[in-house]
Design a protein around this ligand. Structure first.
Ligand SMILES: NC(=O)c1ccc[n+]([C@@H]2O[C@H](COP(=O)([O-])OP(=O)(O)OC[C@H]3O[C@@H](n4cnc5c(N)ncnc54)[C@H](OP(=O)(O)O)[C@@H]3O)[C@@H](O)[C@H]2O)c1
Length: 292
């Protein structure tokens, strides 16, 4: 297939592109800068220059493709509402370009938090929760199934880890270094689901190749790792004490650390035969690359 990938130069895109190419697909990657274009080219993909807000570029990329994987997202947490709107517009444009074709549109989203429970593929984000905006965009993508688009949503857990990760776990390491303490919020019992980036990339490929229209998939390997244990490994590697610290010390991450949010992937594994086999979060942290 010829697959148009937005966010091809990003953390997850940089794993999805080789996964697709390795399986014999051809990739066209959206790139908004020379540096991103160089990353996409180096991964063996063709480049389409354009910004996420450039609807003509998105339309052109999708119209010439057999499948679309939408990973780009403006990660500016100080203007999250604007990022959600940009994402919504991009999804609408990509979906419209595929309408009536039966071609796959696979978008990234996040696993929801279910108070007192473990989130499954059938659960949704609570209205008004931080994830609600992305959930609405995911629902809009799934609704395109009724218009001849083989749309699906791959929900990612709180951390998609691996060597080169610059996301939440890398940020926790940086904050620990800055503050001289490997911290957690409250009693640290809140759990984060996790997946290795290579295993997540594999699930995106399976979604492109065979997710039925309207599917929700969970790229979850670890159902829930207590944040106190994450802090414990960070503290040991950095030779720092591990302790509870006020949520404000983590900036926007404070609220995310405070919430117990385990998620399962039982339905995804059953439906798609997906089995993560790369290191779990704590084993990956033990390998030391987060502290180099
Ligand atoms: N990583 C995680 O742990 C995690 C967890 C849950 C959900 N997710 C979701 O998974 C998706 C991929 O995440 P990621 O970790 O790969 O993010 P990332 O490393 O920040 O990459 C974001 C990608 O989006 C592109 N992008 C950002 N703004 C753009 C714009 N205005 N125009 C065009 N492209 C733009 C970036 O291009 P440049 O290279 O030019 O910056 C990059 O390719 C996102 O939807 C993210 O929210 C990730």
């Amino acid at each position: 297939m010829r697959v148009f990938v937005t966010g091809a130069s990003g953390w997850i895109g940089s794993a999805v592109v080789p996964e697709l190419i390795g399986a014999g697909h051809h990739v066209l990657g959206l790139a908004r800068s020379d540096a991103s274009a160089a990353t996409v080219t180096a991964a063996g993909a063709e480049v389409l220059r354009g910004d996420l807000a450039d609807q003509d570029a998105l339309r052109a990329g999708a119209a010439g493709a057999d499948a679309v994987v939408h990973l780009a997202f403006v990660h500016d947490f100080s203007r999250f509402e604007a990022s959600i709107r940009t994402d919504a517009q991009a999804i609408e444009t990509l979906g419209a370009a595929l309408e009536g074709s039966g071609k796959p549109l696979v978008i990234a989203s996040g696993t929801p938090a279910v108070p007192g429970g473990t989130a499954t593929e059938r659960d949704g984000a609570a209205p008004g929760s931080p994830a609600a905006g992305r959930e609405a965009n995911a629902r809009a993508a799934l609704a395109m199934a009724a218009h001849g688009v083989r749309s699906s949503v791959v929900r990612l857990p709180r951390t998609v880890h691996g060597e080169g990760d610059g996301g939440f776990v890398a940020r926790l390491v940086a904050i620990a270094r800055d503050r001289g303490v490997a911290g957690y919020v409250g009693d640290g019992a809140g759990r984060w689901p996790a997946v290795h980036v290579g295993d997540a990339a594999h699930l995106f490929r399976l979604a492109v190749e065979r997710a039925p229209a309207g599917s929700v998939l969970h790229a979850v390997a670890d159902e829930g790792v207590p944040v106190r244990e994450i802090a414990g490994v960070i503290g040991r590697h950095l030779h720092l004490p591990t302790a509870s610290v006020p949520a404000e010390e983590f900036g926007f991450l404070g609220g995310i650390l405070a919430v117990d949010q385990p998620a399962s992937s039982t339905l995804t594994r059953e439906s798609f035969g997906w089995e993560p086999h790369r290191p779990g979060l704590l084993d990956d942290l033990e390998q030391g690359h987060y502290f180099a």
